[in-house]
Structures are given as C-alpha cells and as structure tokens.
Write a protein that binds this ligand. Structure first.
Ligand code: G3I
Length: 482
C-alpha cells in the first residue's frame, strides 16, 4: 500500500517536458438514479446499489482501456470509476508546474461516456509523489502541494463526484504518519482541504485511508478525532473513504457498521473506496455490503479492480470476478445484500404521494412520531415551493432528517428558504446542501450556493443531523422563494 511508483514514471513522461493540457470531453453528466426501495431487485451491482441511492464502483488502470473483457464488465456492472494510478500526483504533475492529464482524462472520458461518475484519487499522499517533491521541504514543499491541488482541481473542476484530497496520512498507532508532508507542519491536511474547497466548491472532499474499519483500532480513532476536530472548526471535509482492504491477513471486523455510523454521525459521507477480500470470502463481502447498506450516509462501494487478474494482490484472488470474467459467489452475496438495503442515501429518495407512510406536500397536518423512512406533513407558500420532512435514520439521542424542497409551479425559482420548527430538546448539529440560521426552535435553512435554482416541477433536498429524540418530527412551516 505504501510502495513508491518508479517504473510507471517513464511511460508518463513520454510526452516530453512540456505541459500537456488535454481537456476532458464535454459529455453529459451521468444522471443519478433516484432511490426506490420498492422497485424490483437489481440484476447488476449498479442497479442493485442504485435502488437505495448508492453507487457501485471499480478502479481501473489506463491499460484496461484496451481490455475488452474488463470494459464489458465495467460497463454492465459499475456506475462509478476510480483511476488506480493516473490521477495521482506523480502522474498529473511529473515536473513542477507541468501538468499531464492525458492518462487521467482517458479514464475519465471512457467512464463518463459510459454513464459513470468518477472519484478522483488522490491529491496529497506520502507515496507516488512527483520526483521534484523529493527535493523540497518545509514551506517550499507546502507551496508545491498547494500548487498541485490547485492545478489538478482546476482541470477537473465541476467534473468529478469526489476527490480523495489526502490519502493515508495516519500511522497504525493513531498518530500522524511521518512523511515529508507531515514535516511541513501538522496543519498540512487542513490546508489541503481548505485549498481544495476553494479550488472546486462542489466536488466532495474526502479523507481516504486503510485499516480504519475496526472501530476500536487506534488508527480508526486517530482519523475519527481528526474529522471530528475538522467538523467542529469548519475545515471543509465532506467524506471519509474507508479503503476496506481485507487482504494480507486482515478481515472484516464485527464492528464495521459502528465505525461507518460513527463517522457519518460527525456529518460526513462515508464510502468503501478500495474493497477487496482475501479469497473473496462471500461472507465478508456480504457483511461489508450490509454494513454500508445499513448506514444512510454510506454512499457507495468501490472494489479495487474487477477481476482477480486486475488486483494489486492477484495471488489472493480478492475480487468479485474470476480471471475468466465469471462472477464469483461473493458477487452474488454482494448483489443480494445491495438489494436487501433498508436505508437510502439522504437526498436521493423521491417522496411519493402514493407511497405508504407519505403525506401529500400540500396537506396541512400535525407532526407525529415517525420512524426511519416515514414522511411528515409539509406546508408551503402558495406559488413558491413546498417542503417535506423525512426521517432517514435515528438512534438513541439523535437522528438524521432530510427535507425535500419542490417547485410545483410552472416558473423556475431562484433561491429558497425553508422554516422548520423543531420539537423541544431537538437541536441541529449539522446541515448539508443548505445553510441554516438557528439550531433550535424555529430554524430557517436557505439554499446552498449550488442548489438554489429550481426549474418547474424540479426538486432538491437538504439534510441535517440533530441531537434529541426523533419521536416528534420537525415540522416544515413554510417554504419561500427567494
Ligand atoms: O507501469 C509500470 C511499468 O511500466 C513497470 O514495468 C512496472 C515495474 O514495476 O511498474 C509499473 O508501475 C507500477 C504501477 O503500480 C502500475 O502497475 C508501479 O511500479 C507500482 O508501484 C504501482 O503500484 C500501485 C500502488 O498503488 C502504488 O502505491 C498500484 O498499481 C495501485 O493499485 C496501488 O493503489 C493503492 C491506492 O492508491 C491507495 N491504497 C492502497 C492501494 C493498493 O496498494
């Protein structure tokens, strides 16, 4: 996991010393299926994941672009792609200020042309660094890292689903891993995230690491404490990627779901970003999929390759397809677990007026005790928008809610504000896809910068985490525009 890349650099430098800036194709942005747990079971990994608003991803190297066997499965089964090496710092900035996006773009273009979204991997890491970073230290290296993030993110601005901004920065004992980046100062990670947010305000910004699946493990706690600190101080982190390499002797911990839920409760998405399991244990694959499916903010699973022959640990046969492209028993276990998901990703569900438990957006009504998956009444200003509250998850002492904001009129809306009355003892801890004023009593939430415009009959949503009991549902009292 930590070896440095050497031989690959020669191929990437073939284009010479000149900066090579090739635009990514302008293709239609992949549309994300809306969650519908009542729909028929999916017969592919992506269809099964999309039922609950999740994705199912794979990683590919550029050499797979000429591997028809790989491409056929990728196109059929997966809806998210990660480049194995091609978007890493040594690949994208081989010489200072000279960016080369050819290899990354080739993967990006193929994936998006086949309806997939793309996770960017990775911007700052102790491994696979540009050679010139090796001769820098202190503020010069810090500046080079910032310049790198800005240069790469400018190229992919608005194109990617997420970026692994920082990769593998913790040691097994829960302290920071020693590296040249760490030596620039303990704040290097938050500087990377702040730089990334300014460079692309809409892409999800993730911290990604391995061996953080076991909740009681020191490294997991170290990363958790950093994310908690970041969220408390407003450092922009949107997601945590748990690599989920159950290879080389490690295996699925029984408390994996606790880990996912604990990170999610900090107000970040979680994702399984590089999954593989020694000998593709069907039980462990089912277990890791169930853990994700049970946590609303676990947004998707990516396997690190597709067939065993694609794996960095091919001798452990850790993937879902064998060397002849046949699905293994683990494939079926993952498919079944995805189809059995009982939670949906916040913001992906469509409240259906006819669905059991849902209430018409126009119906006045009182709040009633609700359970995950139920919808509460909503109201709205005539001619403007309507807001519908939906409980997506709850636990002892807290809950997670989602409010769908709909424009039911025939004219577009520009900006919206929802007023929401919380019950006694309920306080909002975190809001996403919206900006709140107030945390208790009647609070208002206005649109974020990127989701204020609503076309006719269009809808969007924001989510929040709250402390307190979910037994009395927050009541949306108005939705106005602007
Ligand atoms: O492309 C050259 C080839 O020309 C040369 O002949 C050959 C000889 O060694 O090397 C090839 O480059 C290798 C490259 O993978 C492409 O296969 C590098 O040596 C090798 O170091 C590199 O390994 C990558 C590794 O990250 C480096 O740390 C793996 O492919 C890649 O799967 C792996 O991915 C990491 C994630 O980024 C982070 N999490 C762990 C994961 C698995 O280690």
């Amino acid at each position: 996991m930590t070896e440095r890349r050497t031989g690959g650099r020669a191929r990437l430098l073939l284009g010479g010393a000149c900066a090579v800036l090739i635009a990514v194709s302008s293709v239609a942005v992949a549309t994300v299926a809306r969650a519908d747990l009542t729909g028929p079971p999916g017969t592919t990994l992506k269809a099964a994941a999309e039922r609950s608003g999740r994705y199912f991803g794979a990683a590919m190297g550029g050499d797979r672009l000429s591997d028809q066997g790989f491409l056929t499965i990728a196109n059929r089964e997966f809806d998210m792609m990660t480049a194995v090496n091609e978007m890493k710092p040594d690949a994208t900035e081989p010489n200072r200020g000279q960016f080369d996006f050819r290899a990354g773009d080739a993967i990006y273009n193929w994936a998006t042309q086949h309806g997939m979204r793309v996770r960017g991997h990775t911007l700052a890491w102790h491994a696979q660094q540009p050679r010139f970073w090796g001769s820098l230290s202190g503020s010069a290296l810090r500046t080079a890292m910032i310049d790198h993030i800005n240069g790469v993110m400018a190229h992919y601005r608005g194109k990617l689903y997420a970026w692994d901004v920082v990769n593998e920065a913790f040691a097994e004992n829960g302290s920071r891993r020693s590296s040249n980046l760490q030596s620039t100062g303990n704040d290097w990670i938050e500087v990377a995230f702040r730089t990334a947010r300014a460079a692309d305000p809409t892409v999800k910004l993730c911290y990604n690491d391995y061996n953080i699946e076991n909740w009681t493990y020191a490294k997991t706690q170290g990363v958790y404490n950093m994310i908690r600190d970041f969220k408390s101080r407003g450092v922009p982190v949107d997601c945590v990627g748990l690599q989920t390499h159950f290879t080389g002797g490690s295996s699925l911990p029984g408390n994996f779901q606790t880990t996912l839920q604990s990170f999610a409760a900090l107000g970040v998405d979680v994702a399984l970003t590089e999954a593989d399991v020694t000998n593709a244990s069907a039980t462990q694959y089912a277990g890791l999929t169930q853990a994700c499916s049970n946590v609303p903010r676990c947004v998707g699973i990516t396997t690190w390759g597709i067939r065993d022959s694609d794996s960095w640990r091919g001798n452990e046969n850790p993937l879902l397809f064998d060397r002849n492209s046949n699905p293994k028993a683990a494939y079926t276990s993952v498919l079944n677990a995805l189809n059995a998901a009982s939670t949906t990703v916040p913001g992906t569900s469509i409240p259906s007026p006819s669905a059991p438990g849902s209430v018409s957006p126009s119906a006045p009504g009182s709040a009633s005790p609700s359970s995950p998956g139920s919808a509460s009444p909503s109201t709205g200003s005539p001619g403007a928008c309507t807001a519908t509250y939906h409980l997506t998850n709850s636990w002892n002492g807290g809950f997670q809610g989602e409010v769908t904001v709909a424009n039911n009129g025939s004219a577009p809306l520009s900006g919206w504000t929802v007023r929401l009355t919380l019950a006694g003892g309920q306080t909002i801890a975190n809001v996403w896809n919206g900006v709140n004023t107030g945390t208790s009593g009647t609070v208002s939430v206005r649109n974020a910068d990127y989701n204020g415009t609503l076309g006719a009959n269009a809808s969007t949503s924001f989510g929040f985490l709250a402390n307190g009991s979910s037994s009395t549902a927050p009541v949306p009292v108005s939705c106005t525009s602007p």
